[in-house]
Design a binder for this molecule. Structure first.
Ligand SMILES: [Zn+2]
Length: 178
């Protein structure tokens, strides 16, 4: 699939080469680094950028915009997933690869699974991010605790009513599975 619009403009002004030379994993990661640095220097957020590639073609790009958008979910990977899905007109990114400057946080790792991405390449590690103030390890640690012992209390409520809702959904023949 070929994308004209945003990518033709980006490619003309980026270091990603057009044409004959196949792009390497490092080329895609370098593009993620470039996006991250641009966003970081503009004050939009942390040093996080991501690109999504399918069939050696960049289909989505993103960088951290938490500060600019006042959006705690605007991580580089999330932005790249939204961009890629909008560009291809589909909520599934199966057979695509994400290149991200930092190892994904729990939210982004979840989003990567929901997007059905096939492979992750990451730059710095979770512990490297923690050293500059992004402590994902604290969130990962929450998962192994029972809900009652977690930092944010989590309590079951209105299970019957919500189960009815779930049943209504399950009986809809026209529902879109994802
Ligand atoms: Zn994240």
């Amino acid at each position: 699939m070929t994308f004209s619009g945003p990518f033709s403009t980006r490619r003309n002004s980026s270091s990603i080469t057009d044409g004959s030379m196949p792009l390497s994993h490092e080329d895609f990661m370098n593009r993620a680094i470039e996006l991250a640095r641009k966003s970081m220097l503009a004050g939009h957020g942390g040093p996080f950028g991501a690109v999504i590639v399918r069939d050696c073609e960049i289909i989505g790009e993103g960088s951290n915009h938490v500060v600019l958008h006042n959006d705690p979910t605007a991580h580089g990977e999330i932005m790249a997933i939204r961009d890629a899905c909008a560009n291809i007109g589909n909520f599934s990114l199966n057979d695509a690869t994400i290149y991200t400057t930092g190892q994904p946080c729990p939210m982004c790792l979840g989003a990567i699974h929901w997007a059905r991405l096939s492979r992750i390449y990451y730059g710095f590690r979770i512990e490297d991010a923690a050293a500059i103030g992004f402590d994902d390890t604290a969130i990962f640690a929450q998962f192994s605790l029972p809900p009652s012992e977690r930092l944010i209390p989590s309590t079951e409520l209105c299970r019957d009513a919500t189960l009815q809702l779930a049943g209504e959904y399950a009986s809809m023949p026209q529902r879109v599975r994802y």
